[in-house]
Design a protein around this ligand. Structure first.
Ligand code: SF4
Length: 220
């Protein structure tokens, strides 16, 4: 993780305008704590020398500029896992709020770090401009390891993240549609009956380079 976080700075490899959420300014960061078979950005992890370090202020300024230039109402950090460099992330969200409080910050995360540490959701709850999207990679611990390259126990950390965000921070869960299933819905319902209705089903885009990785893990 140190390779991507340096003091309060984090490495990014791209800033861009993207079409999702009706148009969103996007900063693509380096570094993830998982290694999903279908990850479109796996090349950035295979090439850690990519990118440059930016402070929270520099990232926020770039995001807000892209949003204003394109008439967008939302900004995000994408590309890899935004929650890894915690102080940096909190700094970026706060700076965006200071620069333009009407912009929504969408935090797309696998939830592992939020599940690991109770105080993370507390920190996130201080922002009024934040919405979190917790992205499940599969429906249960059963195939978690083969899909994410991480121990199956980590599935519980994703569930824990939802538990910790619930009632504190605006959020919704998402799951890769191809691996969705009843067990995940049951677990979300146990946290609160209204959560399953908010579940977003995300379709996989299987790029050529991804196909090879999925085949190697016996997923296609
Ligand atoms: S959690 Fe997201 S960024 Fe990380 S490996 Fe999985 S799909 Fe890629």
């Amino acid at each position: 993780m140190q390779k991507f976080c340096r003091n309060n700075e984090r490495k990014y490899y791209r800033f861009r305008a993207d079409k999702y959420y009706g148009g969103i300014a996007t900063a693509d960061c380096m570094g993830c704590n998982m290694d999903c078979a279908f990850c479109w950005s796996w090349r950035t992890r295979a090439n850690p020398e990519m990118g440059e370090f930016y402070s929270p202020e520099e990232v926020a300024e770039r995001l807000v500029k892209v949003a204003h230039n394109n008439g967008f109402r939302a900004v995000r950090i994408s590309g890899n896992e935004p929650t890894l460099c915690r102080e940096h992330l909190l700094g970026v969200i706060g700076e965006v709020e200071d620069l333009d409080s009407s912009l929504i910050f969408i935090l797309e995360t696998n939830g592992i770090e939020i599940g690991r540490d109770e105080s993370y959701a507390e920190d996130l709850s201080k922002f009024g401009n934040l919405h979190v999207r917790v992205s499940f990679k599969t429906r249960s611990p059963e195939n978690f390891e083969i899909i994410t390259g991480r121990p199956k126990e980590w599935f519980e950390l994703q569930i824990k993240a939802v538990e910790r965000l619930h009632g504190k921070v605006s959020f919704h869960p998402a799951v890769v549609a191809e691996y969705a299933g009843e067990y995940l819905i049951k677990r979300l319902r146990e946290i609160s009956p209204e959560i399953p209705a908010k579940l977003e089903h995300e379709s996989l885009v299987i790029y050529t380079h991804v196909k090879k990785r999925m085949r190697a893990r016996g997923l296609i």
